[in-house]
Design a protein around this ligand. Sequence first.
Ligand code: NAP
Ligand code: ZN
Ligand code: ZN
Length: 351
Amino acid sequence: MKAQGFANHSPTDLLEPFTFERREPLPDDVVIDILYCGVCHSDIHTARNEWGGTHYPFVPGHEIIGRVSAVGDKISQFKTGDLVGVGCLVDSCRTCNSCEEGLEQYCENGWTGTYDSEDQIGGTEHTHTFGGYSNKITVSERFVLHVPDNLDPAAAAPLLCAGITTYSPLSHWKVGPGQKVGVIGLGGLGHMGVKLAHAMGAHVVMVTTSPEKGADAKKLGADEVLLSNDPDTMANAMNSFDFLLNTIPVGHDVNPYMDLLKRDGTMVIVGALESLTKVSGLPFIFKRRNMAGSLIGGLPETQEMLDFCGKHNITCDIEMIDIKDVNAAYDRTVKGDVKYRFVIDMKTLNT
Ligand code: NAP
Ligand code: ZN
Ligand code: ZN
């Protein structure tokens, strides 16, 4: 079936209208009319080939909210009209240990990303998956999520990446009452990290380079704000954190952040894929501190996160845009000028 969307054709091209094929539903497929799609910094990294290996034409988007428009013969969990979400994954091997544990994001045979991954299912003329900056998508049932009805659908879209990427490490490392938790970087991921850590009962500190974001951080649920580019403030906060969630989107010097951790504390990197420069052994050895990484979340945990957000009425703070403004939104995201996630209103595809 024909779909409309936005794609770019080289790292330096702008995104522009693009027509392409989606597969007809297989017995375990769900077809979704996309209502909204969030703009993740990963979309920008990939569109601009900043991580290398992007295939063009490239249709970004992995924070998808829509309504089911058709289902395959074997589908019992979804029906036409259901409000559903699709995140960063649309397929995996389904048989390895990680898949069997519901940790599809760590599939040992390689998962299929919602965009720019080799399409193992096929049924269209293109070899790579196309993401959610489009009017419809066909997705295997296992990778489709139920979205609680009490959540605003547009503001729920970024939960599918920013939400789960922050929920998963906060939950895995058992963040909760009595702990001092720092969220580093107040962007799309960071603002969800603050809301979720607050809802989990932790004492939350926003660690930011931007003093002007302090008031917002408190509204989002931060108990304190720490300016990471003020050496005196950082020195006063040394050895005080149980857990740090680091969302900085580029390679950086992690040592000043490691020094913030208490003995046995952990900093989890979710932002930078690049080298983290000058990592000293000192903060690890002298305080038995840990540094770890975390990738999005598996499907069962993503459903758990959506249900948690439904129960606590948590959504994202968004700026809704027409799709024609997506290129400007990319530039503003790179400058950190968004509160705190752009979401594309997909009905503007036809205007
Ligand atoms: P974003 O909206 O651009 O936010 C990043 C924030 O980091 C900025 O708002 C800024 O906050 C801070 N920052 C930026 N450059 C910095 C620098 N050089 N030094 C210190 N702080 C800096 O990005 P996002 O959408 O939240 O994504 C964050 C990163 O996570 C991206 O690299 C994205 O690709 C990645 N990601 C990873 C996963 C995963 O599974 N691990 C999933 C999704 C996204 P302040 O102004 O508050 O300092
Ligand atoms: Zn993302
Ligand atoms: Zn697998």
